[in-house]
Design a protein around this ligand. Sequence first.
Ligand SMILES: [Zn+2]
Length: 400
Amino acid sequence: LSGSEIIALLKDHPARTPEARIVRCMSERGAITAADLARATGLARSTISTALSELRSAKIVIEVAQSMEVRGAGRPTSVFSLNPRAGTCIGLHVGLSSLRLIVADVSHAVLHHDEIGLGLDYTPQAAMRKARTAITDAYRRSGLSPHSLLGIGVAVAGPVAPDGRIQRASIVPNWAGVNIRHVFASAFETAVFADNESNCSALAEMTWGAATDIDDFVYVKIDVGLGGAIVVQRRVVTGAAGAGGEFGHISIDPNGGLCRCGNRGCLELTAGFRTVLERMSHRQKRSVTVEDLVERAFGGDVDCVEAIAGIAEAAGRGLGIIGSILNPGVVVVGGFGATAGPLLFDRLNDSYERHTLLKRAQLAEAQRLRIVPARFTTDGSLMGAVALVLRGLGALQGGG
Ligand SMILES: [Zn+2]
């Protein structure tokens, strides 16, 4: 079984056949019941049933489990997903000094995980060569056929224009202006997609995480920096040049400190961990990470508890601004900061409530903002890069 059949179904646009619509729906949503397929595609149950048998005999779809949910007569419900052997995707994350890589199958199981050190200021070509070696190795060691590769998704720490060009303000400075899709497409004979890392994380939450049933939400990553994404009608709003949802660089104070982006007084300076980590690292004469800080806060370290509360306070103020623009019903919080649990979320909710126009008491339950933790706190952008491939293939010819 090669990836070509499944790619043909994903590329069938507009999805004309019930089979193509089912495959696309599964690529976006993961494992799903026939009833949910009918709701999502608008197809009749009998049509779904016929198409599912076709797809199962072609080994493109498999029955993965019986849903625990008891419906009506109490019969267990079958859950279907794309056959993991039908195709693989690669997710890459381009970071400051390293590339991270996962190989996932179409059922979203991670088959291989790797991190490749590259030093600082590496060129796109160096990264591409290292990635090619690592990918060849990964497929050989996992016993996977290179023919199963459906595409490569690249998550970048910085804005990426819709055509794949990396904008200035990327954390890898000498990548600015490079079209990452072209660089990788020249080395791999496969489809290549690229987007900002937070946009990818939002996609992962929407596809397999905390927002699978939510059409409109805002994603905020609280980590060393502060990232974000806006999702409207299950589409990430990237903006004209790729900087949509860059909440970290909302300029709060024109006389404030210098941000790494070159502007002054960005929200990230107070609502991300970088400023606090630099101060602590300097004082302790060692490199303190977000992980260290959160662990020590849970251990009762007052400085660390207060540092997290300060970040939550500033992030809540930022959410107040976002609230005035978008009035989201759900905010999904990712990044390692989300692992601080109530140490972060309690203050974040309080701060948002103080900075928002509409107060909880004035709103019906369904209208109140829910701030929820992300499912993926460390690998969201990599999982999202995989989702980018599955969605991108489904939308190659202009939508879907
Ligand atoms: Zn900035």
